[in-house]
Design a protein around this ligand. Structure first.
Ligand code: ATP
Ligand code: MG
Ligand code: MG
Ligand code: MG
Length: 573
């Protein structure tokens, strides 16, 4: 590629809405352009990175015997109604109507469509196992789109779906995907960690998230440096709850009158050890009666390091679908604190306690939407200052031995870039996706699903790899591997000739090289490529050439090294 024929558009300053470094640098490097909230054009420079990410994902998925197809972006509502997700997904699901008034979802994932494909295509156990994937645009109407590609509304995901005849088969397929993910993130050249995740309402027996480690990450990870234990904060906090959770929830719902219930009672019912409980737990429960959803919510803010005053528990209807977008809105619903939230109207929930002012939405907003039991820790809203989050998290695990008895837990922050999930038969049962087993009997397909946030990888890679000059791409996903920077190509025949020769040699060796023939001054030219983050730079100057040398500088190097032109191809590789 010649820079004069490519599109390069760099900025000195980032737009003011870019809060984190990856967003700022991607904007400054001309990789993305904002069109609307959470919606971006992938500019040519950014698209090159996306394509490289996709290529690695494709190679490893194909290698793992997954089969690529491409499912539609726009999907009929009827399919989503079959699984109940049309209602359950709430406002995050983008819905559109066609000219006949028929409703459609813009896909946030594709479980329904792939299950529909499979239920009509798969007849017999002989056709199994199968794993289908696609790399496709997703749309999620996120409550707070932010951080550029990290939490967009429109984004690209690789999502895969496995189908097996039995549990053991499904677990084997899951393992194959887990291993493929490990290879994929290793090839990206990123520091990452796989952590156990809570399966939440979907049920099933296993789920792991893959996180790129970065201190700016939205998620807290709990791990043990001396053993294999690693979990996200939700899953780790689940350890603080013992006993049968659904049963406890039911008991709690019986015990819950609009009157005050002692926190000890609630804690006992839930099996929460107050002495070592996380600082904040928000808990919600949701029940279904006669096909109608009656919602009961309990939100506890338990704080292990404070005296608990009291917990008020009551009943509420409809709160689960209430989405707060501003703090004002939240306070309108909950009333103003400190100490006690509510009651508002006749049917207010819950709540709480405290000897401090709840001054941020993120201190207590809980995500209640899935059937069943869901709780989340103090870091849920993620609006807290870093120090406060760390302090909160220390409370969770301070001094705790690991659950496997092999050491002491530590915490780091990560960005969720992949998620593998054992779904079991939840979708195949609701959509009647069966196959005939060896005895000719119909049985529901055992499913797994596996996502990778293709576009989020870009943000995550940058959060992990940058300096004050700009991005530092790992070579495997860099927009270009090498940039050639000739000094005065128009003035010096020697420089021109050597540059063209080197350019051809690198291309011949299969190196993804860009030749900066824009005729810029060295300072501006170098600044551009440091900002864009190309891993290798070769400067071709007349003085150096006369001494038989080119100047090589790796993006992390503090100074250049002289390398003979004939050695440069080998030097880079
Ligand atoms: P998060 O917890 O960040 O909201 P999620 O758990 O809702 O993500 P999944 O449903 O597990 O996301 O989707 C699979 C992958 O898609 C995630 O691991 C993440 O990498 C990516 N992803 C999810 N939401 C977004 C988004 N809004 N923008 C970019 N990538 C996303
Ligand atoms: Mg999400
Ligand atoms: Mg998540
Ligand atoms: Mg996830």
């Amino acid at each position: 590629m010649r820079a004069s024929r490519f599109f390069i558009s760099t900025l000195k300053d980032a737009p003011s809405d870019a809060e984190i470094v990856s967003h700022q640098l991607m904007m400054r490097a001309g990789m993305i352009k904002r069109l609307g909230s959470g919606i971006y054009t992938y500019m040519p420079m950014g698209l090159r990175v996306i394509r490289k990410v996709e290529a690695i994902v494709r190679e490893e998925m194909n290698q793992a015997a997954a089969i690529e197809l491409l499912m539609p972006l726009v999907q009929p509502a009827e399919l989503w109604q079959e699984t109940g997700r049309w209602d359950k997904m709430g406002a995050e699901l983008m819905r559109v109507k066609d000219r006949h008034g028929r409703e459609y979802a813009i896909q946030p994932t594709s479980e329904e469509v792939i299950t529909d494909v499979v239920r009509t295509e798969i007849k017999s156990y002989r056709q199994l196992p199968l794993n289908f994937y696609h790399i496709q645009t997703k749309f999620r109407d996120e409550r707070r789109p932010r951080f550029g590609l990290m939490r967009g509304r429109e984004f690209t995901m690789k999502d895969a779906y496995s189908f097996d005849r039995d549990l053991a088969g499904m677990q084997a397929s899951y393992k194959v995907m887990f291993d493929a993910y490990t290879r994929i993130f290793t090839r990206f050249g990123l520091k990452f960690r796989a952590v156990a995740a809570d399966n939440g309402a979907i049920g099933g027996s296993g789920s792991h998230e893959f996180h790129v480690i970065a201190h700016t990450g939205e998620d807290a990870l709990v791990y043990c440096p001396t053993s294999d234990y690693a979990a996200n904060m939700e899953a780790a906090e689940a350890l603080a709850l013992t006993g049968e959770r659904p049963a406890a929830t039911e008991e709690l719902s019986k015990a819950a009158t609009p009157d005050t219930v002692k926190c000890e009672t609630v804690a006992a019912l839930l099996g929460i050890d107050l002495a070592r409980t996380v600082k904040t737990i928000a808990l919600t429960a949701e029940t279904e009666k006669d096909g109608k959803i009656t919602k009961q919510h309990f939100m506890l803010l338990l704080r292990g390091d404070h005296e608990l005053n009291e917990i008020k528990v009551g009943k509420v209807a409809g709160l689960a679908n209430h989405r707060f977008t501003t703090e004002e809105e939240l306070l309108e619903v909950y009333g103003s604190i400190p100490g006690y939230l509510g009651p508002i109207g006749t049917q207010l929930p819950v709540t709480v306690v405290a000897d401090r002012t709840v001054d941020k939405m993120s201190d207590f907003v809980c995500g209640a939407n899935d059937a069943g039991f869901h709780y989340t820790g103090a870091n849920w809203g993620r609006d807290l200052p870093e120090a406060a989050i760390v302090a909160d998290l220390r409370n969770v695990v301070a001094g705790d031995a690991s659950p496997d008895g092999k050491g002491v837990l530590a915490i780091e922050r990560g960005i969720e870039v992949g998620h593998v999930f054992q779904l079991g038969t939840a979708y195949s049962e609701s959509m009647k996706a069966t196959f005939l087993d060896e005895n000719g009997k119909p049985a529901p397909l055992q499913m797994g699903c596996y996502g990778i946030g293709i576009t989020r990888i870009l943000g995550a890679a940058i959060e992990q790899n940058f300096d004050d000059k700009g991005i530092i791409w790992p070579a495997s996903i860099a927009p270009f591997e090498v940039v050639l920077c000739p000094m005065g190509m128009d003035r010096s025949e020697l420089v021109k000739e050597q540059t063209e020769q080197l350019y051809a040699a690198l291309q011949g060796a299969g190196v993804d090289v860009i030749l900066d023939d824009r005729g810029q001054r060295p300072g501006a030219m170098f600044a551009d490529w440091e900002l864009i983050g190309v891993p290798h730079r070769v400067v071709i100057g007349e003085r150096g050439l006369k001494e038989g040398k080119l100047e090589y500088q790796g993006r992390r190097d503090t100074e250049a090294t002289g390398v003979a032109p004939s050695d440069i191809v080998a030097f880079i590789q």
